[in-house]
Design a protein around this ligand. Sequence first.
Ligand SMILES: Cc1cc2nc3c(=O)[nH]c(=O)nc-3n(C[C@H](O)[C@H](O)[C@H](O)COP(=O)(O)O)c2cc1C
Length: 294
Amino acid sequence: MKAAVFYYSQSGQALKAAESICGSMSAVYKEITPQHNYPFPWSRKEFFQVFPETRLGIPPSGIEPLDFSDIADADIVIISGQSWFLSPSLPLQSFFSDEKVKEYLKGRNIVFVNSCRNMWLMTSRKVKEYIKQAGAKLAGHIVLQDRASNLVSAVTIIRWLMKGKKEATRILPAAGVSEEDIRGASRFGSVIENAVGEGKLSGLQAALLEKGAISYKPSVLTIEKTGHRIFGFWAKFIRKKGDYGDRKRQGRLTLFYWYLLFVLFALSPLVQLFFWITYPLRRVKQNREIDCNV
Ligand SMILES: Cc1cc2nc3c(=O)[nH]c(=O)nc-3n(C[C@H](O)[C@H](O)[C@H](O)COP(=O)(O)O)c2cc1C
């Protein structure tokens, strides 16, 4: 069995996830290189500059051309990436928008691996749209996420993305997906290999979910769904002042920064509390089935 693995990763996390999953397969790795260079670590200005285009799906550049000649005979495609601002990262969006990529993906089965903090749902919806537009099929969806609480992971990810410091401190855990979870992701590889070998890709997602491919946190996803809608208004509001990099939009980006801090640290805990109080009224089981399906 041969896998074509496309990945984008700033810190190496999404690549490690792909390597762990594909450990026992014959895999050809293809790095997604956006023509626009995104920094790591990020300054506050650069970080917020990418928000409107990420949320609205308007990548500021395409990607460097990819060579598909050695993966024409791949049995499965694995795409490993991450969420930015409750959407696929801009490099992933550039990748999916590329005509040559769409041509390659057409008719193929894809496994999407998202290594993010904890908000992956709206990313998966957008990725499903991109895959459908390319005439391909999403056969599997794996989410690797930070195990820390929503509040703690918000602090550690800011430290990681802005200062490059991932390691634990005396009071905080390490940021991102744990080494243990990355190593553990190797168990998904054999599930994928079996499904491809037996030609039973329609049952792949069920088999992956049985192995814990998505840890479903309904209260966090409730915040995400609402946040995604509100982010849409903010993104349009900011873009009224100009396109990517336009200095005229700086004032509105700063407003959004303060708004995001308020939401992350003041509003989110209250929304989570409200979610658990109203839990019996919510259709968590049905939503879980829809959200985790492909
Ligand atoms: C600009 C930006 C926005 C992000 N927004 C989210 C998000 O909305 N949800 C989430 O779970 N993680 C978010 N993350 C974390 C990423 O999904 C990812 O885990 C982290 O950037 C490491 O990815 P890497 O493999 O590129 O190093 C964000 C990261 C960046 C850089």
